[in-house]
Design a protein. Structure first.
Length: 180
């Protein structure tokens, strides 16, 4: 290392404490990290919203299973009666059965789409309602912002408030009901 290199190293060593003090003066309050997926999955409020949706999903599945069983029986009956039926009468019944199946399928698809919309709406409702609670936690910690953990490339574990936010929400749950 030459004279210039040594002089540069000494200069940086002496400037280090001064730069560190200056950096401490200009440091903003902390940025907090939140795992929103864990918040949704592990908070009691998130669980209650999901439980309501799960109950509707199970009811829809049960209803779908019953309808499939009824249609299967109806199709089997028509198939068994076919040899004794007039071809035109069979064709008319078969076409009516097909139309009925198509109508039922469209109605079932609409119910499933409604359930998917309600599921998405429940997540939006959840985050809209817990945002003020997370905001209070942020202010209590003296932070300026909370960033979702999926947006973080590198962070300090101590900045993650997910456990505290879950506890806070469980202790202070939002008052609205699950979407119907």
């Amino acid at each position: 290392m030459g004279v210039r290199g040594v002089a540069l190293a000494i200069g940086l060593a002496l400037a280090g404490p001064a730069l560190a003090q200056e950096a401490q003066v200009t440091v903003a309050p902390p940025v907090l990290i939140l795992d929103s997926e864990r918040l949704w999955a592990e908070s009691e409020y998130g669980k209650s919203l999901r439980d309501a949706l799960d109950a509707r999903t199970l009811a829809l599945k049960t209803e779908n299973d019953r309808i499939v069983a009824d249609l299967t029986a109806e199709e089997q009956d028509l198939t068994e009666r076919r040899p004794d039926m007039d071809p035109d009468a069979f064709r008319a019944e078969a076409e009516a059965f097909d139309a009925k199946v198509q109508d039922i399928r469209a109605a079932r698809d609409a119910k499933e789409a409604e359930l998917e919309r309600d599921s998405a709406a429940a997540r939006v409702q959840f985050f809209d309602e817990v945002r003020p609670l997370v905001g209070r936690l942020m202010v209590e910690r003296g932070a300026l912002t909370v960033i979702d953990s999926r947006s973080i490339v590198v962070g300090v574990r101590a900045a993650d408030i997910t456990d505290a936010a879950i506890a806070w929400i469980d202790e202070n749950p939002p008052t609205s009901d699950a979407p119907e």
